[in-house]
Design a protein around this ligand. Structure first.
Ligand code: AMP
Length: 280
C-alpha cells in the first residue's frame, strides 16, 4: 500500500523506521506526469532495495521565466496509482512552501559539466536541479537514487555533485525507455498534437542514422550539419544543439572515440525535446 507524506519530518520518520528494520532504501525523484520511463526507474529501485521512495515535486527553480512551470502536466492521483502498482512504498509530495520556505537563500552550483549542452540555452536549469536533488537526497538519505539516461547531462551533474559534496548515496543511471517509434518517453510529449507527435518520430530515426555515420569514423563537422538539415526538413524548428561529446566531460569531440555520445535538443513549435544515444 502506497503511503503519501508531504512533510520532511514525516519522510524522516518513515526512513527511520525502514533503517531500524535494516531495510535498504531506493529513491526515485520525479516531477510527476509519470510514464513507463519513470516506472522503469521505480522497478529498478525495487530490484535493488527493500524499500522504495518516489518523490513528486515540480521544481520551479529549474524552469526559466519563459518556460512551462505553470503549464507542466500535474496528476497526482494517477501518478500515485501507477507507483502503487509497481510496488513503491512511499510517495513524498511536498508543497512549494515545504521545499522552499520564505527566505530560502541557498543554491547548489555545479561547474564545468553545466557549461555546455542544455546549460547554454537553459542557464538556470542545472542550478535548480542540483539544489532540489541535494535537498531530496539529504531529506531521505537513501542507499541508492535512480536517474534516467534520457537526461544524460543531468545524470552526470548529479554524479559529480554527490561525489564533490560527499553525499553518501549511490547514483544509478537507467537506460532510456522509448515509444514504439523510438521517441524517448517524456512528460513533455503530451504537449505534442497528433501531427506533431508523428513528426517527432523523425528524431530517433535521424539520431540513429547519424550515430551510424559517426561510428563509421566520419568527422562530426561533416556529419552534423547534414543531420541538422534533415531535422529541419522533418519539421523541427529550432535546434538548440546536436553535438558529439565525450560522455564523461560532455565536451564536443571531432571524431567518435570511446566513450562518445550524440546529444540533441530540438523544438517542434514550443515543445523542446531532448535525446542522446551512445556512439561507441
Ligand atoms: P522528470 O519527471 O522528467 O524530472 O524525470 C524524473 C526522472 O525520470 C529523471 O531521472 C529522468 O531522467 C527519468 N526519465 C524521464 N524520462 C525517462 C525515459 N524515457 N527513460 C528513462 N528515464 C526517464
Amino acid at each position: 500500500m502506497l503511503e503519501v507524506v508531504r512533510k520532511v519530518a514525516d519522510l524522516r520518520a518513515k526512513t527511520a523506521q525502514y533503517r531500524a528494520a535494516h531495510a535498504s532504501i531506493g529513491l526515485v525523484p520525479t516531477m510527476g506526469a509519470l510514464h513507463d520511463g519513470h516506472l522503469t526507474l521505480a522497478r529498478s529501485a525495487k530490484l535493488d532495495n527493500v524499500r522504495v521512495i518516489a518523490t513528486l515535486f515540480v521544481n520551479p527553480k529549474q524552469f526559466g521565466p519563459r518556460e512551462d512551470f505553470a503549464a507542466y502536466p500535474r496528476d497526482e492521483v494517477a501518478d500515485a496509482g501507477m507507483l502503487e502498482r509497481v510496488g513503491v512504498d512511499l510517495l513524498f509530495a511536498p508543497d512549494l512552501e515545504e521545499m522552499y520556505p520564505e527566505n530560502f537563500s541557498t543554491s547548489v552550483a555545479v561547474g564545468g559539466l553545466t557549461q555546455t549542452l542544455c546549460g547554454l540555452t537553459r542557464p538556470h536549469f542545472f542550478g535548480g536541479v542540483a539544489t532540489v536533488v541535494t535537498k531530496l537526497l539529504l531529506q531521505s538519505l537513501p542507499d541508492r537514487a535512480y536517474f534516467g539516461e534520457k537526461d544524460f547531462q543531468q545524470l552526470q551533474v548529479i554524479r559529480r555533485l554527490v561525489r564533490d559534496l560527499n553525499i553518501p548515496v549511490a547514483i544509478v543511471g537507467v537506460p532510456t525507455i522509448r515509444e514504439s517509434d523510438g521517441l524517448a518517453m517524456s512528460s513533455r510529449n503530451a504537449y505534442l498534437s497528433p501531427a506533431q507527435r508523428k513528426m517527432a518520430g523523425a528524431l530517433p530515426q535521424i539520431m540513429q542514422e547519424t550515430v551510424a555515420e559517426l561510428r563509421a569514423g566520419n568527422p562530426a563537422a561533416t556529419i552534423l550539419p547534414s543531420a541538422k538539415s534533415r531535422l529541419h526538413k522533418a519539421g523541427f524548428d529550432r535546434i538548440d544543439y546536436l553535438e558529439l561529446c565525450d560522455e564523461q566531460t560532455l565536451q564536443p569531440i571531432a571524431i567518435a572515440r570511446p566513450p562518445a555520445r550524440l546529444f540533441v535538443a530540438a523544438f517542434i513549435d514550443k515543445t523542446r525535446l531532448i535525446d542522446n544515444w551512445p556512439v561507441i
